[in-house]
Design a protein around this ligand. Structure first.
Ligand SMILES: [Zn+2]
Length: 216
C-alpha cells in the first residue's frame, strides 16, 4: 500500500515549502501540490486552461473534477514504492472520497501546520512564486539572487491570488472548512500538529520525525 501524508493548514503556513523540502531530503518521497499541478497544466496549455486561470486568479476553487483528475493521472505515473506528500488536497470534507479514489488508498498521516492568521497574511503579502517550478520565496526564505528561483533559475513573481482582495477570502475558506475537514480525517489517520511559525528547517525536521516515528 502506498504511504500518503497530507499537509494541511491555512494558506501561508508553508505547506508547499515543507513538501518540497521533504522530497529534496528523501529520494523516495514525491511531493504533489494541488496548486502547482494546476499551474503546470496551464503553463503547458492543457485543456480548459483559460477557465482554470480565471478561477485561480479570482482565488476561487477549481472544480474538483479537474483537480482530482490531474491528481489521479499523476499518481498513476509515480513509482509505487514512493511515499507521497500532498498539499492542497483535500480542500474540504466533500473532497475526501475523491482524494481516496484518486490515491487508491487512505492517507496514513495528517500533518497540520499551525500559524496565526496575521502571520499568514504577512507571508502571503510578501511572497513571490517561481513561474516555472512553483517554489515560493519571501522574507523568511529570500532567494539567493533577487527575482530568480534558487531551484531552477525561473522568474519570481507575485501570484495573482496573493493580493489583498483574495488573501482574506482564501483564509476565510480555510477557517470555514478546515476544522470540519480535520475532524473527518481524524477518523481515518493520526494527526500531528506542528507549529509552523518557526524557521523552515525546524518545521521540516519535526514533520520528517513525525513521518518516521509512526508505529507500523
Ligand atoms: Zn523555480
Amino acid at each position: 500500500m502506498r504511504d500518503v501524508v497530507l499537509l494541511l493548514g491555512m494558506q501561508g503556513a508553508g505547506k508547499g515549502t515543507v513538501g518540497r523540502w521533504l522530497a529534496s531530503r528523501d529520494a523516495s518521497v514525491t511531493h504533489l501540490s494541488a496548486g502547482a499541478l494546476l499551474r503546470q497544466h496551464v503553463r503547458e496549455g492543457g485543456p480548459n486552461s483559460a477557465e482554470i486561470v480565471a478561477q485561480i486568479d479570482r482565488g476561487d476553487p477549481v472544480p474538483s473534477a479537474i483537480s482530482y483528475g490531474f491528481l489521479a493521472e499523476r499518481v498513476q505515473a509515480i513509482d509505487k514504492s514512493h511515499s507521497l506528500v500532498l498539499d492542497g488536497y483535500p480542500r474540504d470534507r466533500s473532497q475526501l472520497d475523491l482524494l481516496v479514489a484518486a490515491l487508491g488508498t487512505d492517507p496514513a498521516l495528517i500533518i497540520h501546520l499551525l500559524i496565526p492568521r496575521p502571520i499568514a497574511i504577512e507571508r502571503l503579502r510578501n511572497r513571490d512564486t517561481c513561474e516555472d517550478c512553483d517554489a515560493t520565496f519571501g522574507r523568511e526564505i529570500p532567494p539567493r539572487s533577487t527575482g530568480e528561483c534558487d531551484h531552477c533559475g525561473g522568474v519570481l513573481s507575485r501570484r495573482k491570488d496573493d493580493t489583498e482582495a483574495t488573501i482574506g477570502r482564501r483564509l476565510d475558506g480555510w477557517a470555514h472548512h478546515g476544522p470540519r475537514l480535520l475532524a473527518s480525517l481524524d477518523a481515518i489517520a493520526p494527526r500531528v500538529e506542528v507549529d509552523a511559525t518557526r524557521d523552515i528547517e525546524t518545521v521540516v525536521s519535526e514533520v520528517a520525525a513525525a513521518r518516521s516515528e509512526r508505529p507500523n
